[in-house]
Design a protein around this ligand. Structure first.
Ligand SMILES: *[C@@H]1O[C@H](CO)[C@@H](O)[C@H](O)[C@H]1NC(C)=O
Length: 341
């Protein structure tokens, strides 16, 4: 009998078995790491396309709402003592925007100005198209994919900015907004005007929608800056701005943070100043777009805003938005803030 031969075969079988087991354990523990990590990544290009569709869906709800009797309720008073209204259109737009994004990107954190009010149909929203884009936004298809970790993303939505003006039929100020912040920095902003439908977007460090025109820097604008402030700010602001920026300064009162930031983006205004508390969903999309055109949005103290979580949605230090000469205007802000009530 030859025991040695059998032993050799068994040794070989054992070795093979152990080797295969080792491979299985290695694969199961995610030895390559890449396959498991990939599941936690989101493509920012898909997110931009979806954000445009989400803002436009919300805009459609805002248009539809205008044709129905507005059911206006109050959420209380703002710090300026102005009424803070909410309508059925705010809720309808919230449902359309929040749940279309949530259903399409279940793992992402999304923060909205509104909450659903027990309507079971609110969450039943179709998935957003993350592949093809409308002809106006075709340039997105020529951009590179860029993947980020799900956990680093915070999406901010404002389903209806300038609700007060919406109830007053001042529709030009109304916008819907979506913003994508990565580790607290606003990277993608989408601002949609429903009246008439028009969508603007900016992807910081990359591109903007081609309906955003270039604006050239003019040094002499500092002598006669065009300033935009909130409609709810006291009339005194005009007087104070003249004191701070000189006799040449002109002040326009307008509504909607989205509208006012876009006015700076397109060069209609040199600066947008906000003196009282404001919420981050009002600012995030505009912040991303102004950064995409090399402008700046900071507090009146010059700090950037952190959009990483819903822990603190209020900004109380005042706001300054400029496309050019931010530091110059910032140096005048203490004068303005100290003179306001
Ligand atoms: C610039 O933006 C303002 C405010 O959003 C708007 O009223 C105006 O029509 C815009 N102008 C151009 C040329 O886009």
């Amino acid at each position: 009998m030859n025991f040695g031969g059998t032993l050799r075969i068994n040794k070989f079988a054992c070795f093979t078995l152990v080797f295969i087991l080792f491979l299985i354990i290695y694969w199961c523990s995610g030895g390559g790491n890449y396959p498991t990590e990939k599941n936690d990544l989101v493509n920012l290009k898909s997110l931009l396309k979806a954000a445009i569709y989400a803002a436009e869906r919300g805009g459609q709800k805002v248009i539809d709402g205008k044709n129905h009797a507005l059911n206006v309720k109050s959420k209380g008073k703002t710090l300026e003592g102005a009424n803070d209204p909410v309508t059925d259109a705010d809720y309808a737009s919230h449902c359309a925007m929040y749940y279309s994004l949530k259903n399409t990107f279940p793992k992402l954190t999304i923060i909205s100005e509104e909450h659903s009010i027990g309507d079971p149909f609110c969450i039943q929203q179709d998935l957003l198209n993350t592949e093809s884009v409308l002809p106006d936004h075709k340039i997105i298809d020529y951009m590179n994919d860029e993947h980020v970790f799900d956990k680093d993303v915070t999406i901010w939505i404002d389903p209806l900015d300038a609700t007060q003006e919406y109830t007053e039929s001042l529709y030009q100020y109304v916008t819907t907004m979506v913003c994508v912040a990565i580790r607290g920095v606003p990277i993608i902003g989408v601002i949609h005007y429903p009246f008439p439908p028009q969508t603007y977007w900016g992807w910081f460090t990359k591109k903007t929608s081609n309906n955003i025109a270039a604006v050239t820097h003019k040094e002499e604008n500092k002598e006669h800056p065009k300033v935009v402030v909130s409609r709810s700010h006291p009339g005194k602001v005009a007087e104070i701005a003249v004191k701070a920026f000189g006799e040449g300064a002109t002040v326009t009162h307008a509504a909607g943070a989205g509208f006012k930031v876009m006015g700076v983006v397109n060069g209609t205004y040199d600066i947008y100043i906000h003196a009282t508390a404001i919420k981050k969903w009002d600012l995030c999309a505009g912040d991303a777009i102004i950064r995409a055109v090399d402008g700046k949005l900071t507090t009146a103290k010059g700090d950037y805003i952190d959009y990483s979580s819903a822990d603190n949605v209020k900004v109380s230090d005042g706001i300054l938005v400029t496309r050019y000469d931010h530091d110059y205007y910032l140096s005048k802000m203490p004068k303005i803030l100290s003179a306001l009530p």
